[in-house]
Design a protein around this ligand. Sequence first.
Ligand SMILES: [Zn+2]
Ligand SMILES: [Zn+2]
Length: 55
Amino acid sequence: MPCGKETHEHIDPVCKMKVEHTDDAVHSEYEGEVYLFCCQTCKDEFDKDPTKYLE
Ligand SMILES: [Zn+2]
Ligand SMILES: [Zn+2]
């Protein structure tokens, strides 16, 4: 698990969907936090401008 926790859900910060955290989940790390995405497209959007999706 990229964030070291047991199976659980994350919220995709781009589209706000729930994403199950699995070993092959699409994820990105930003300032020490792990973010999961429903698809590569959301990850690409996040990586372009992470602060846009973080409050
Ligand atoms: Zn996790
Ligand atoms: Zn998404």
